[in-house]
Design a protein around this ligand. Structure first.
Ligand code: AMP
Length: 194
């Protein structure tokens, strides 16, 4: 039973791979992006508060997302957690370490999906087109303009986590540019060793 972080820029495939792991291994995907979008749709105070930040591609405050994760760790049954889109800052990474330690849980691997930035915007636009074609809701932040902001946020605030986890010996870097199945196989190999 492993707990892992999927790390990588927007469009790297974190959500897709997290869902596959959830189905294949009974792990639990904890996506702060999904939680924030849900809060927004259900019209909670917090959802209203974060709506503009989500639309503009900025980062929601550390306190809000740490609170969301803390709550889930309290209530969610445990088959191993996949942290998807969290942590995104060094402060969040420290908080996650403390939360896991409190629960006697370990972090078994931080898997970075290494991707080519120039391909990412294409993936995001494709995701929006596919959702539209399937009559599904289209994420408002899946536009080339907002994507640029999200990518910048990633480099400024989240990419430092690569060094942070490397120094702890937790980082595993995988090629995120391959076929979905090839990436899934590479992740499975890491989990089978963890
Ligand atoms: P995602 O679904 O992971 O791409 O996240 C969508 C948006 O939710 C991001 O662009 C941020 O505005 C917000 N968000 C999600 N996770 C976090 C986080 N860990 N810290 C701050 N903001 C977040």
């Amino acid at each position: 039973m492993a707990n892992i972080i999927l790390l990588g820029p927007p469009g790297a495939g974190k959500g897709t791979q997290a869902k596959r792991l959830q189905d294949a291994r009974g792990m639990v995907q904890l996506s702060t992006g999904d939680m924030l979008r849900e809060a927004r749709t259900s019209g909670t105070d917090m959802g209203r508060k974060v709506a503009k930040v989500l639309d503009e591609g900025g980062l929601v405050t550390d306190d809000i997302v740490i609170g969301l994760i803390a709550e889930k760790l309290e209530t969610t049954g445990h088959g191993g957690f996949i942290f998807d889109g969290f942590p995104r800052t060094l402060k969040q990474a420290d908080a996650l370490g403390a939360l896991l330690a409190e629960k006697g849980l370990t972090l078994d691997a931080v898997i970075e999906l290494v991707v080519d930035d120039t391909a990412l915007v294409g993936r995001i636009v494709k995701r929006a087109d596919e959702a539209r074609a399937a009559g599904q809701p289209v994420r408002r932040d899946d536009t080339p303009e907002v994507f640029e902001v999200r990518l910048r946020e990633y480099y400024k605030n989240t990419a430092p986590l690569i060094g942070y986890y490397w120094a702890k010996g937790d980082l595993v870097q995988l090629d995120g540019m391959g076929e979905m199945q090839a990436v899934a196989d590479a992740i499975a190999a890491v989990l089978d060793k963890a």
